[in-house]
Design a protein around this ligand. Sequence first.
Ligand code: KMH
Ligand code: ZN
Length: 272
Amino acid sequence: MAEKTIVTAAVVGAEVTRAQNPAVPYTPQEIARAAVDAGRAGAAVVHLHARWPDGRPSQAPEHFREIIDRVRSAGSEVVIQCSTGGAVGMSLDERLGSLVDGAEMGTLNMGTMNFGDEVFVNTRPDLVKVAGRLRERRLVPECEVYDAGMLDTLRWLLEKGHLAQPYHVQFVLGVPGGMAASERNLRFLVEGLPEAVHWSVAGVGRFQLPMVELAAPMGGHVRVGLEDNLYAAKGVLAKGSDELVSLAVERVGRAGREPATPAEARALLGIT
Ligand code: KMH
Ligand code: ZN
């Protein structure tokens, strides 16, 4: 029996807006509802960002606390992963505001890169700081890998003792400035992992569901949601991240695998 597939729902990022898709959640209440709905649709993990009510990206601890409280009050057991990426232009200290009590995982962005027309800054000292904070707070890191050289950075963090199992790798493919979401690139990246570790892929835009179809038979895990993609099909806006999760779950099933429950995802990811 193949290992179960962890479906992560990235229900809102820092970049997408309601003008692009009215289903993009902004308030903690809306983001929590989107997370709970994604969990019902089959997501085991939710990757969280926050917003100010007017839609500006927020890493304010109070926003993350409210989202997590609301998710748990609704009875959802989804694994909570908080973004330390935040938005381009935020200071690292501001970005770390998301790591509040109740978080179980935090992202660790693996290097500086062009992110669209901007620069997403993650120097090596930044990485060491984020990794240290995740360790202090006993959060499982999810390493966000956008480009091949970032795997060498991952190896460096391991060698220097800044990172150790358990950790998870998310290949985020298709960001303008990073590696494209292609089969060749995904296979190359998976082969280049420095050690046996669970990995997942998040394809940006129209590559989101094709990357699910590719990764599921390869034994990978998958991420979908409005952070990375606003459409359920060509020209058809997604009604929410839960719809994208349902589409991913269908594809995982077609590959002969089953979606992991939150408890199964915790066991796979080493969350205690
Ligand atoms: N918003 C992007 C600049 C993460 O969540 O850790 C980075 C991002 C990564 O979304
Ligand atoms: Zn994110």
